[in-house]
Every structure is written in structure tokens, then in C-alpha cells.
Design a binder for this molecule. Sequence first.
Ligand code: HEC
Length: 257
Amino acid sequence: MFIRILTVSFVLLGFSVQNAGAAGDQVSPPSQPWSFYNGPAGVFGYYDQASMQRGLKIYREVCASCHSLKRVYFRNLEALGYNEAQIKNIASEYTVVDGPNDEGDMFDRPGKPSDKFVSPFANDNAAKYANNGAFPPDLSLITKARAKGPDYLYALLTGYAQPPAGEHVSGGQHWNTYFPGHKLSMAPPLSDGQVSYEDGSPETLDQYARDITHFLAWAADPYMEERKKTGLKVLIFLLVFAGVMYSVKKKVWKGAH
Ligand code: HEC
């Protein structure tokens, strides 16, 4: 009986999850071959530093004019392969409001590695006002905040299209295949040739979308690699331990009937 109830509830749960996906006219984004999902259940996943460095460049040159990245500190950029001097250099290109000083005034100073990324707007209202009332969300956790986050972000950035016949998009809105409801207040932020790459990677919308997604996937889950390494070690330990226990058991019970 209990098993039956359990089965029925799982089936119902399955249905409601499916329906939630269908609500709001959402198209599921195709899966992409991310290196951080490598291996069965992603156990061999790793971040590609070159891709993240290019993604950072895209964030700084394109997305940062509208979207904040409040949870990332400049010192965290070590994970992208930058050394201390390079990080200091990147931080110092930003102006940070600090204070109050001894006289009670706030003051501007160059950024330091211990600072966070500086937000483009003073507050949420200013951000909305500058974007026709639509709020550009903080990007620190965006790949966690959406279902199939990295696939969704890549699909969103490459998914702008002409609205199908019969659909009308009002001023300031844009048709996107993957945005729930399809009408989005963000103009296509990326296009071929927009950002220059120094490492010879293709300067295409496709590559840009992959790189910014890689960078933001890291920002949302910076400890993924450590976690997977620890998980793998624990798994190996448990396997070895199980083997040892099995041979002990065989020895202890040898000859017993
Ligand atoms: C000119 C300002 C502007 C720029 C530049 C910009 N965005 Fe946006 N973005 C917005 C606004 C406004 C919204 C909110 C749209 C809405 O809710 O209709 C938004 C929404 C988003 C969303 C949320 C979509 C969702 O599912 O809710 C993501 C993700 C996003 N932007 C990523 C990016 C990335 C990545 C870049 C850089 C490549 C970028 N944006 C550049 C203004 C901008």
C-alpha cells in the first residue's frame, strides 16, 4: 500500500514538474558540451581558464554596462589563471566609492583585489529607469537561478529571432525563442565581431555566448572543481574500504557453515 502511494505521488510530481515547464510558453534549451559537465554525472568536470578569461572580457566590455556581478571579488579571478599583479591591475581600473573618511565624507578610490565588481547603477530603481522599466538582474548566480542554467544562457544569447507571423513585439521588446513568454526587454547584447580576442579564438556570437556562459557558470559555482575532486576521493576510498571489508569478512567466516 505504502509503495503504491509513493508511486502515485511520484507520478503526480512528475506531471506537475512537466506542466510547470510548459507554463509560460517555455522552450527547453538544447544541451551543450560544457567541460564542467564532463564524465558520468559530471564527475570529471573542469573549468576552461581560457574560455573564462574571454568570458570575463565579454562581461567587462558588454554586459557590465547593465548587469552587476555583486558576489564576485577581484581576488576570485585567481581561478581564471591570473596572478596577483594582473588582478591588482584589473581591480585598479575600477573606481570604488569608499568611506566615510575622518571628515565624514565618502570618497572615490581605485579598486583593490579585496573589492567586489562595481555595479553599473547606484540602486535597482536607477537600473530599471535606465532600461525602460525592466530590471537587468545581477549575473553572479544566474546560471543557478534558471533551469538548465548554462544551456539556457547560451540559448538566450543566441536565440533572438523575428517574431512569428501573428505575434507582435512592442517598442523596446525583442523576440527570443528561449525566454519564457518570448518577449524580452534586453536588445541582443552580442553579435559577430563585437569583442576582440587576443588568443585567436573565433570572434563570433556563438563563441562569445559560450565564453560568457563559461565565466558565469564559474561565478555561480566557484568550488565545483574542489567538490568533485573530494567526491571522487571519497568514492575511491569507499570502494577500497568495501574491498578490504569483504576480504576481512571472508577470512572471519572461513570454514563457518
Ligand atoms: C543595455 C543593457 C543590457 C546589456 C548590455 C545586457 N543586458 Fe541582459 N538584460 C537587460 C535587461 C533590461 C534585462 C531584463 C529583461 C526582461 O526582464 O525583459 C536583461 C536580462 C538578462 C538576463 C535574464 C533573462 C531571464 O531569464 O530572466 C540574462 C541572463 C542576461 N540579461 C544576460 C546578459 C548578458 C550575459 C549580457 C552580456 C553579454 C547582457 N545581458 C547584456 C539589459 C542588458
